[in-house]
Write a protein that binds this ligand. Sequence first.
Ligand code: GDG
Length: 743
Amino acid sequence: METPAHPPDSGLVVVSNRQPYAHRRDGNAVRVEVPAGGLTSAMDQVLRSTGGTWVAWGHGSADREMVDAGGCVAVPPDQPRYTLKRVWLEEDLVENYYHGYANQVLWPLCHTALDRVYYRKRFWSAYAAANRRFADAVLDLSRAGAVWFHDYHLCLAPAMVRKARPDLRLAQFWHIPWPDWSVYRACPQAREVLEGLLGNDLLGFQVPLFVHNFIDCVRECLQAKVDYIRSRITFGGHTTRLEAYPISIDAAAFRRMAEAERTVKLMARLRRRWGLEGRQIGLGVDRLEYTKGLLKRLQALDLLFERYASLRGRFTYIQIAVPTRLKEPYLSYRAAVEALVERVNRRHGRPDWTPVIFMDTKVEHRDLVAYYRMADVGIVSSMYDGMNLVAKEFAASQVDRRGVLVLSEMAGAADELEGALLVNPYDTEGFAETIRRALRMEPAERRERMESLQRQVGEHDIHRWIGDILTDLTGAALPDAGRGLPLSKERGSLEAAIGGRPVGLMLDYDGTLSPIVRDPAQARLPAGNRALLLRLRERMPVAIVSGRGLDDLRGRIGIDGLLYVGNHGAEIAEGDRILLRQDHAAARAAMEECLERVREALLGIPGVIVEDKGGTASVHYRMVRPRDLEPLFARFTHVLEEYEEIFRITSGKKVLEIRPKGLWDKGRAVLWLARRWGRDRVPLYVGDDVTDVDAFRALKGRGISVSVGPCPDADFTVEGTAGVTALLRRLCGPAGSRPGATP
Ligand code: GDG
C-alpha cells in the first residue's frame, strides 16, 4: 500500500484570490514564491495541520507547469501537506474582476471613499465570471465539507456553491470594513452582492459595527428576516449567522523575532545608517494605499515640526511604504505622498537631519521587527480600516515596552487596543498634539500602556481567531486548527472512571445527540442515535436534559421509558408523568421592574440587546464594542445588586442571563436525578453548551462529565456529535451483551 504524502483530507477548503505559493519561471529554473501576508501564512499553518484544499488564482508565470490535470499541486512544495487547486483567469478577466470590480468598486465603497468608486459594466460581468470559476473549482472537489471564503473578491461564489451543494458548510471572512447604508447604496449591484454573501452559513466581520452596518444594508435592500438578537439573517429559506471576529497576528512569533540577537544587531546598524543615535524615532508601516491616511499623517507631522521647533533634529519619522496595486489611482497617490515628504523635509530639515525617512520597498518581517522594536512612537492613521495588523505587530514586537502606539479611531483595531493613544486622522491639530504627547510620555506610563496592548494581542492572537471561526463553522474545531484547543483529556479511560459500576446516563439534546442546525426547529434525532437510545434504555436509566420546553423535547425524541428534563431543569417528566415543575410567576413583577432599570442603565451603550423571555431574561452583548464592555458589566452589576435576593446571574456565549433564584439549572436537575437513581449508580453526563457546565460542575467528585468539544470543567472530551455516537456505542457494550451490564 502506498503511504499518503500528506495528512488525510479533512474536507476543509480555503478559498481566496491570492494563493499561498506561486511558481515563477526564472531562466531555466522554477522558483517558489511565498507571499508575505500574515493571513496567508496563518491559513497555510491551518491546512498543513488539518489537510484539505486551498483554492486560489494561479497567477505565477510557471503555475500551469506545476499542476496536474485538475489544476492541483501538493504544497508546501518541499514537504507536501495539502492541495493547492489553482483557478485560471485570463488577463482580461483579471483586469476587470480584480483591478476593476474588486479594487475600484468594492474596495473604495467599503472604505467609504465614494469619490474613488469607478464602475463599468464589464467589471461586473467579469466579477461574476471569476466568481463562477472559483465556485466551480470548489464544486469539483469530491471531499469538500466546510468551505472558508476570504474577502471582497468572492461575494458571489458562496451563493453559487450553496445552490449546487446545500449540504456544505460555508463561511466567509470580510477583511475590510462594511459601510453603512448611506454609503453602500451607491453600489450598482447592492442587492446581488448581499444575496451572494448570504449564501454563507457564517459571515464574519472584523468588529461589531460592521455586522451592524451589514444588517442595516440587508434590511434596506432585501426582503429578509432579521434576528437582531442573535445576529442572524434568513433569506430565501436559508439562515446566515453574522459574527465579529477581530483578526490578529501570531503575537508569540513577532515577540520571538523581536527578541532575537539578529534584531538587536540590525537595530544598531539601522541607527547608524539613518543617523538615529540620540533621537526619538517615529514609525509608520503601510501599503502605499490611500485608505491608510499617509497624507493626513504627513500633514500632522508638518504641523508638529512647525509648532515645536525644539523637535527638529531630535525626532525622526520613518515611513515604510510598500508599493501596492501599481496602477491608478495608486500612482497618483504615491506621487502626492512623495511630494509631501519632500515638502516636510525641505521646510524643516537640516544638513545633519532629515525629518522624514521614506522607504518604498518591501521589508521582510524578520527585519521589520527591528523597526518596530526601536520606535518610540508607532503611528497608524487609517482613514478607515478593517482591523490594521501593523498596530498589533508593533505592540507584539515592543519587547522593551518603550514605544507608544498612536492609532486612528477609524481602524477596527481601535475597538480593542486599550492602551493606544487614539486620534482622529481628520483633525490635524489633534493628531499633531497626540504625537507630541506620545513623545513626552513618562516611561512608567509608556510601560503600563504597552503592557495592556501586549496582553490584549497575546490573549487574542491569530490562533484563537482561527479556532473561533472554525469552531463556529464546523460545530467542533478541526484537530490542531487553533492552538490551545485540547480535544481529548489524558486522564485515563472512561471505562476506568466508571470502574465497573452501573451507569445512569444523562444527555443534552442540541449539539450532543442532534447536530447543531441553522434553524433549531429543524434539529432531528439521527436514526443511529435513536437506535442506540433504544438499546441503552434496556441497560440503564437514561435522561435527556435540555433547555427546550418539555413538550418540544418529548416530541422530538418520542422514546418511552426515558426521563425528560426541560427548561434547563425546571421541568422533569417520566414519559407523560410530570415529576417536577417549577412556577416562576412570582418573580415576574420583579423581573419587569429590573429589566426596565437595566435598559435605562445601558442606554448609550451601542449594540446591547435586552431580551425578556418571560421567566428569565438575557442581555446580549455580541454586538458591543470591546471597549464598552467594562462600563456595561459595571452598570449591569450595579442594578442587579439590588435584586440579589431575587435573581441570579449566569453567563453564556456573549450573553448574561437573569434567572429567578430557586429556579433549577441543569446542575440542580442532574443532582436530583442522581439521587433518584441511588448512590451505587454513577451519573454520566454528556453536553456541549455553556448551560451544560452547571451539570459538569455539579457532578465533580460525584459522577463523570463528558464535553462535546473542549471544556475545562469536563472530565472527558469527545469530538462532535459523531464522538457522542461512538461513546453511546461503547456504553451499549459489545453487540449482544447482557442488558444491565456496564461497559
Ligand atoms: C486587510 C485590511 C486587515 C507591511 N509592509 C510590509 C509587510 N507588511 C505587512 C504588515 C502587515 C500587513 O502587511 C498589513 O496589514 P494591514 O492590516 O494594514 O492589512 P491590509 O493589507 O490593508 O489588509 C486590514 C487585514 O486585511 C487583515 O484582515 O487588518 O484592515 O485592509 O502584516 O506586516 N510585510 C512584508 N514586507 C513589508 O514591507 N513582508
